[in-house]
Design a protein around this ligand. Structure first.
Ligand code: ADP
Ligand code: ADP
Length: 234
């Protein structure tokens, strides 16, 4: 059994204009330690797929299994415990602008009711990990885009997740900063054995760090495999 399994997934949304099939019969298997890319044009269903993985959406049919557990069946304390297993980073960072860098990183720990002294220690450790030592008291708007995303990554790692979901996390960054952030993700993948699932529309991102990839179009997977195989096609 794979670490993450999506089996026969469909996801419909009821809208004013009728039923939208966001995901239409998708099977995906992701192994522990994979850097797994999901590519496709806007509207292909990528974000919906990722929201199924963090339990923010429930599939219309099919199963989402993480570590053998059906995510859609989790409730209460088990769901809260599961959420800690999954960290998420975003295109526009989603930092709180009125809080310092350290306070942003501590937020998930506060929600998990980690005592203050322990939170601070953990947040400082994370700052070092992402290369922002000494910037803990800065506010997000004093940082460059790349530094903001490093804060986003540190916050996502606060609860020691097993999976990191990245939704276009480098799309707002220039090419050099993109490469720096990708290097950091690669380093974290190797150091912590973290499984990374990343959505992107940039092939360069996939080529640089992913080992496996699926290409989505209109809710379906039209291509999948190892990155080298998939991108070998002329
Ligand atoms: P992508 O991330 O690849 O751009 P999405 O997963 O966001 O694609 O969207 C896939 C399709 O599902 C699109 O047609 C989108 O409009 C639709 N969709 C996504 N979320 C919702 C929603 N909450 N309500 C209605 N339609 C949605
Ligand atoms: P964008 O690049 O889309 O403008 P930003 O990175 O500027 O996004 O902002 C990310 C999110 O934070 C947005 O939802 C935005 O509304 C919110 N935001 C931006 N600036 C502030 C601020 N000074 N105070 C509170 N929220 C903010």
């Amino acid at each position: 059994m794979s670490f993450i399994e999506l089996k026969g997934i469909t996801k419909h949304f009821q809208t004013k204009n009728g039923l939208v099939k966001a995901i239409d019969g998708v099977d995906v298997a992701i192994e522990k330690g994979d850097i797994f890319g999901i590519v496709g044009y806007s509207g292909a269903g990528k974000s919906t797929l990722v929201r199924l993985l963090n339990g923010l959406e429930v599939a219309s049919s099919g199963e989402v299994l993480i570590d053998g557990e059906d995510v859609s069946k989790l409730t209460g304390a088990k769901l809260r415990e599961f959420r800690k297993k999954v960290g998420m980073i975003f295109q526009h960072f989603n930092l709180l602008w009125s809080r310092t860098v350290l306070q942003n990183i501590e937020l998930p720990l506060e929600l998990a009711k980690v005592p203050k002294a322990q939170r601070k220690k953990r947040a400082e450790e994370l700052l070092r990990l992402v290369g922002l030592e000494g910037r803990g008291d800065a506010y997000p708007n004093e940082l460059s885009g790349g530094q903001k995303q490093r804060v986003g990554i540190a916050r996502a790692l606060a609860n020691n997740p097993e999976i990191l979901l990245s939704d276009e996390s480098t799309s707002a960054l220039d090419p050099q900063t993109t490469d720096e952030v990708l290097d950091l993700l690669l380093q974290i993948n190797r150091k912590l054995g973290l499984t990374i699932v990343l959505i992107t529309h940039e092939m360069h991102v996939i080529r640089k760090i992913a080992n496996k990839v699926v290409v989505m179009e209109q809710g379906k997977i039209i291509e999948s495999g190892n990155v080298l195989e998939v991108f070998q096609n002329p």
